[in-house]
Design a protein around this ligand. Sequence first.
Ligand code: XMP
Length: 525
Amino acid sequence: TILVLDFGSQYTHLITRRLRELSIYSEMLPCTQKLADLDWKPKGIILSGGPYSVYAADAPHVDPEVFNLDVPILGICYGMQEIAWHFGKNVSAGEKREYGHAALKIQRHSGKEAHVDRLFAGLQDDEEVWMSHGDKLSNLPENYTIIATSDNAPFAGIAHEQKELYGIQFHPEVTHTKSGNVLIKNFAVDICKANQNWTMGAFVDQEIARIRALVGDKAQVIGAVSGGVDSTVAARLMHEAIGDRFHAVMVDNGVLRQDEAKQVKETLTQGLGVNLTVVDASERFLGLLKGVSDPEKKRKIIGNTFIDIFQEEAKKIAAAAENTALAGKVEWFLQGTLYPDVIESISFKGPSATIKTHHNVGGLPEKMDLKLIEPLRELFKDEVRKLGESLGIPHDLVWRHPFPGPGIAIRIIGEVTAEKVRVVQQADKIFIEEIRNAGLYKDISQAFAALMEGKAVGVVGDQRLHGYIIALRAVQTTDFMTADAYEFEQKFLRRVKNRIGNEVQGVARVLYEITSKPPATIEFE
Ligand code: XMP
């Protein structure tokens, strides 16, 4: 195990991710972790970056025992300054902050000094790296030697002359540092001799054990599922851990994809054995959405009604649970939060203070006085997909495009009606079917049909039709922050248009939307 001690950098989780990519097990703990409280000994320690200045009165510091453990240590950015501070307070404020790409010059050693270069084995003499720091080392600590420099940082890399202690000013964990993963491998595998035997299967075992320990053998857990990969994986994991003491709830809000509730029921109940209740509340939602055309109002109505219904359902589940002799109270709320949703990383104040309330569904856990359980909070999307595959979740579900919580309501410009929902659902189904048939589904990050406001004139057969205007949208993106419209062949679009025109009653026009994000958003509202 590699121990990652977190000083609160936004990149710390990327360190554990890079280690996972090397099949190395790591644990990330707050930087103030007392080593005496650990019942295992790490093979190496990585000290992360952080937003503080080591010389500040209230700056966080590691347990000094870290330096007596006699295992290799790599300090990154603040972590390096922490090492330099520990060995003689050699840190001061830089004249200017350095942020962005930098050219690293590696200093090679020879003879019996050569071992200090092991961190940089296999790297070029000049490497592009990513810097993000305000403070710098003012002096080289005693018994240390320089292993790399940059224009702005004469101590861009340092190593202890005898011990396996290293510090680097740049961030090897971000992809902007081209050889960062080689460097992390050098440290973890060659220097720390960490085992590379950690797999998603091992993650499952470990997470199930953690859930069992946390929840105990009586308490019950509730959670919402949506049909998306995150909530399905979380639900499956929870079922694996505690069986029917986990209760999944799916709320059909009337603005889901066509037959979505039915399919989720089939997949989760029959396929995965999850204890699931589907609540059909479509009429209630559509009733509340009547006459509402402002997008934010739609979002609010859908969000709040979801919370109301979920709470009603949770009460029923809790009441039913009280009547069974074996089970205990509903005490936990499962949430499929992923790492990118956890904007603040685990801070040194401790893991509990970390979840921003807006990541909770409308603050549901607090409202219902439930404790939050988040088995995916350390994972990135692609890792959740891998995990989903290893848990036997159907491939198509694992690779499904994301779908927004407010659903089709934000894909219908203006007022939402049952008739418009039907038109969008049918058009969307055809579009997605054709995308799958053409083998383009995985190439595209998100695709859907939307309904424009107003009507346009068309001719169907010999009849004049004053009908709906459907817009198709398909984008490619890696992070959903920026996106480009997908470039279909004209032939493909014509085929989709023909099918929608023929099969979806009331549609007069089909448009293809080509605006990128920015300036547009991916959804229409
Ligand atoms: P935009 O439209 O902002 O969308 O470019 C970026 C991603 O977020 C999804 N999205 C939402 N998801 N609730 C959600 O759960 C929402 O209100 C919401 N709005 C947008 C959108 O589908 C896309 O994947």
